[in-house]
Design a protein around this ligand. Structure first.
Ligand code: ADP
Ligand code: MG
Length: 237
């Protein structure tokens, strides 16, 4: 079976700075893949290129067998690339359920259907009791789960998670790990960007390490954490 997502020779330059250099990765259907690496490695850049926030300087992005490189973010979302959004200011003044309805409206124009879907996703994420509070009143770990809920409401085939487990207490982080596992168990493929290796390694099927914009190594978590190249990249961080 072909991969769900493939990036082929992606290069991204920002006026002189090369944030991604010849990055070719693939994510298989049903996998949880961790995209890790030190600060500034180019993880968020690659994530944004996959989601369609901007187009790569060079290279191709194949999703579900089709070239999506030229497609805008909204069209990629329609095709099944869901992502976590940072809870931006305008959404903070909306309630939790309203935020999730925004995601659900990607799939339906019927408000009752969107609301039903949003409730279902909030229950899945353990946020149903918080449905009617303002997003701005959530504690940080709940805001992370709201981002996941909004991404899930778009009914993605691939869910992109950018640092959703970072900065949580050990208990919250464990709950986050369980949530990601349950997401995958529903058949959704997960590509997650994390800076902190200890959090992601026990969770992922495969890890891809970026350093200085390039793929340093990829493989099973146990092999990746022991690789001298990875250790020195992180020590230099
Ligand atoms: P990571 O997420 O791994 O920490 P980023 O992808 O955010 O890394 O950044 C990689 C490099 O690209 C950094 O040097 C960063 O400053 C630079 N960069 C990221 N986005 C932009 C942008 N929009 N304009 C200019 N430089 C950027
Ligand atoms: Mg980042």
């Amino acid at each position: 079976m072909t991969a769900l997502l493939e990036t082929r020779n992606i290069t991204q330059r920002f006026s002189g700075l090369t944030a991604n250099s010849d990055v070719s990765i693939s994510v298989g259907r049903g996998e949880i893949v961790g995209l890790i690496g030190p600060n500034g490695a180019g993880k968020s850049t690659l994530f944004n290129l996959i989601a369609g926030a901007f187009k790569p300087t060079e290279g191709t992005i194949i999703f579900d067998g089709e070239d999506v490189t030229a497609l805008p973010a909204a069209e990629r979302c329609q095709r099944g690339i869901g992502r976590t959004f940072q809870v931006v200011k305008s959404f903070e003044s909306m309630t939790v359920i309203e935020n999730v309805i925004v995601g659900a409206l990607v799939r339906t124009t019927n408000m009752r259907d969107a609301r039903r879907k949003a409730h279902e996703v909030l229950a899945f994420c353990g946020l149903d009791a918080r449905a009617d509070v303002l997003a701005s009143d959530l504690v940080p770990s709940e805001k992370r789960r709201l981002e996941v809920a909004r991404g899930l409401a778009t009914e993605p085939k691939l869910l992109l998670l950018d640092e959703v487990l970072t900065g949580l207490t050990p208990v919250e982080s464990q709950k986050g790990v369980e949530l990601v596992r349950r997401v995958r168990d529903t058949g959704i493929t997960v590509l997650m960007v994390e800076h902190v290796m200890e959090i992601v390694m026990p969770l992922v099927d495969r890890a891809i390490v970026l350093d200085l914009g390039k793929v340093l190594i990829e493989g099973k978590p146990a092999d990746v954490v022991r690789d001298p190249k990875v250790i020195s990249a992180y020590l230099g961080d």
